[in-house]
Design a protein around this ligand. Structure first.
Ligand code: 3HC
Length: 318
């Protein structure tokens, strides 16, 4: 049997994509498809891991034992999401060490949203409601991403994110039913997180260099602006239930255009944050670097244990 030609391989790949079938690690794939997936999945994994910090900041200060337990479980979920995603990226031929190096050396992108501070308890509510809410809007379609290991990882991640979103909503609802000071704290937090949460979906469609190809490959199923619109549509009735105001005086449903009309998003701020100049970028990376260095002994101990175990197995087999 002769080996398939490059054209035959490409045709087979194109046919799988056209038929909405999954591409698996054993399958041939174009180099650019592999690179795009490594880029997106590793950025996503880094976001989950760096995303543990803003909320980790409140574990010791959560207002009750129950709140503390819920927050701890949530932060642990984010660690789990990071691990599934690093594993999915590893199936594409990059090592976990290389991805970690890229992150701690400041060479990797991760979501802009995690470069903002969390000065109040209400931020735990606003992150759950807005940040996890945006994450769900963006990530549910990724469950159908054409690359098998990515799509499958997203299924469990999305289930957990839905729980996170509800716990955030419930924190805000409790504050909004509380004292005047608590209501003011909730509103102030929503004011700070609203615009950055809209930026999570990425630049506007006409300035999104990766969208066309990623959509053709069925990694992306909806555009950045489509998902941003869907998210706003989800928030408006929920804000009403909460009794918070979304901080955009221009926000209204445009009947004629059949879309939400909003004020202009501050894209300068977005570009500053992803260039590493957001309020918390340096702190986030320094914390991750410190954690990596302080964890060296755990990695060494695990490697020594694995070497010892494999020596014992080899001896027993001899
Ligand atoms: N933050 C940082 N960088 C961003 C960004 C954001 N919010 N939005 C876009 N970018 C970057 C892109 O990565 C790309 O950079 P690169 O070419 O150097 O890699 C550049 O800006 C141009 O944007 P594009 O629209 O062309 O890029 P994509 O097609 O990759 O779309 C995306 C961007 C919609 C974020 C897409 O990558 C995606 O859906 N990623 C998976 C989801 C994800 O990573 N979410 C992060 C949040 S995780 C999270 O929320 C955890 C939860 O627990 C809260």
């Amino acid at each position: 049997m002769t080996a398939p030609t490059p054209t035959e391989l490409q045709d087979e790949f194109d046919a799988l994509i056209a038929a909405d079938q999954r591409i698996e690690p054993r399958d041939w794939m174009p180099e650019a498809y592999r690179k795009t997936l490594i880029r997106q999945i590793s950025q996503h994994a880094h976001s989950e891991i760096i995303g543990m910090q803003p909320e980790g900041n409140w574990i010791t200060r959560a207002p009750s034992l129950a709140r503390k337990a819920i927050l701890m479980a949530k932060v642990q979920d984010e660690a789990g999401h990071g691990l599934y995603l690093y594993s999915a990226a590893q199936t594409l031929g990059i090592t976990r060490d290389e991805m970690t190096r890229q992150l701690i050396e400041g060479r990797a992108k991760y979501s802009s949203i995690f470069n903002y501070p969390t000065p109040t308890w209400a931020d735990m509510g606003a992150i759950g409601w807005l940040v996890d809410g945006a994450a769900i809007c963006n990530q549910v379609p990724l469950c159908r991403a054409s690359y098998g290991p990515y799509g499958r990882a997203m299924v469990r991640i999305c289930k957990e994110e839905s729980f996170h979103q509800r716990q955030g909503f419930e924190i805000l609802l409790t504050l909004m039913r509380g004292t005047e000071a608590q209501r003011a704290m909730a509103q102030e937090s929503v004011d700070r997180w609203y615009w950055p949460s809209l930026m999570m979906f990425g630049p506007p469609d006409d300035q999104s260099p990766n969208s066309a190809q990623s959509t053709a490959w069925k990694i992306k199923r909806f555009s950045n602006d489509e998902l941003r619109q869907r998210f706003i549509g989800m928030l408006v009735p929920q804000a009403e239930v909460l009794g918070v105001t979304l901080p955009d005086p221009e926000l209204r449903w445009d009947e004629k255009e059949e879309r939400w009309h909003t004020s202009e998003i501050d894209w300068t701020e977005f570009h500053e944050v992803i260039a590493g100049r957001g309020p918390m970028n340096a702190v986030r990376i320094q914390n991750r670097r410190d954690a990596h260095e302080q964890g060296a002994w755990v990695r060494e101990a695990a490697a020594a244990y694995a070497a010892k175990k494999s020596a014992v197995t080899t001896e027993a087999a001899a």
